[in-house]
Design a protein around this ligand. Sequence first.
Ligand code: CMX
Length: 428
Amino acid sequence: MEKLLAKVDRRIKKLGDELQQLYTEHPDATIGEITFQNLLSGMRGMKSLICNTSFVDPYRGLFISGLEVPDFEHKTPEEIFFLLVTGTLPSKSELEELSSELKKRSKVPEYVWKMLRSLPKTIHPMTMFSLGILAMEGESVFKKKYEEGLHKDEYWKYTLEDSLNLIAKLPSLAAGIYRILFMNGDIIDSDQQLDLAGNLTQRLGFNRHNQGFEELNRLYLVLHCDHEGGNVSAFTSRVVNSALSNIYYAASAGLNGLAGPLHGLANQECLHFITNIHDTLGNKPSVDEIRKYVMKTLDDGKVIPGYGHAVLRVTDPRFTAFMKFGDKHCPESPYLQTVKKLYEVVPDILKTYKGGKVSNPWPNVDAISGSLLYHYGMTHYEYYTVMFGISRVLGFCAQNTIARGLHQPIIRPKSVTNSWLKEHLESQ
Ligand code: CMX
């Protein structure tokens, strides 16, 4: 993987030089102020991390090195990982090198299957996914090299090495979990020539030529890959890796954050929500019936899953990309139809809900993604966040590789007590 290593090396040097120069020119610069409101609102909006793999513009959504969603939605997950970690799309030979490295590293160790099979069938698939990754922690090359006395300048190389080993195994691991929990438990082998999305589709046991399911999986693995540095899962993974805990620890930890209903689990919640609508109102509810259902959900003190975002202030372009896919491949799907009806009514309701308190009434990616998987027969919606997770690990790996290359220190913000705050605020 010389080509990839050389490119990442160049990127890290460039980013490091830029930061050094900026710091030399502006040693005492202030980036922003921390208000009491920031402390009370989960640090929302506080600029306190550097992340160059991707950026989320509130009005245009996800950017990866200058490319926005419509520019990269047709790429493959391999190309996207290369883009995240190097800052450029791969040439043909660079892509071939990366793809062949991933194919070589894709075998999940037997002990992982043994451990996963021993778990109760009532376990959530995200727990299994996180455990499966954690169980492979002993495979970390970074860890071995560190114990042998690795030089700081080399940290990123072995973080990248671990990342490739991990990413290569994710389709097999994730598909195996699906087979163990929802099918007969047989682990399906894959054609060595397949890419990550093809591999995933085949190993899940779905027909790869079934009118676009593989294409959907490819899109799924691309659209969820990264969402800058401050979201719960990426941030968690960065914090863990900043202690030099290896990428297996960091990815497993990040996925535990992704498993929360306000974050990645929202795609499962959305399907559950739509299924409940269909159970209550039938498969073709009217817009008015949906409006009433949404109002009742809010009156019951619940959130509308798939709507709102901490950074975005428009319809998520990832939602739009999935909608384009749905309109092309399954416009008649009752699930997609209900997604559309919700899109017609929810934003207007949320705009005035709680006196306009909702910062973003528009749908995020989770409002639609599951309805497409459901259409293709993946009806166990507890599994959807695993699909999100396979993709998001690409971002964790890229972010942590760059962070180690830049010698970013252990992350350790200062917390304060109520008494400290009282004293501080009263002395102003
Ligand atoms: N339904 C009902 N109420 C909502 C809401 C929604 N979809 N989105 C926000 N609100 C409420 C919040 O709960 C909050 O109420 P309280 O002050 O009473 O606690 C108020 O509006 C203000 O919150 P906000 O500033 O708009 O949103 P946050 O940045 O705090 O939270 C998010 C963002 C995503 C957690 C929130 O919009 C939400 O809970 N959405 C539903 C879950 C969801 O779709 N999550 C997935 C996000 C994308 C992802 O990470 O995958």
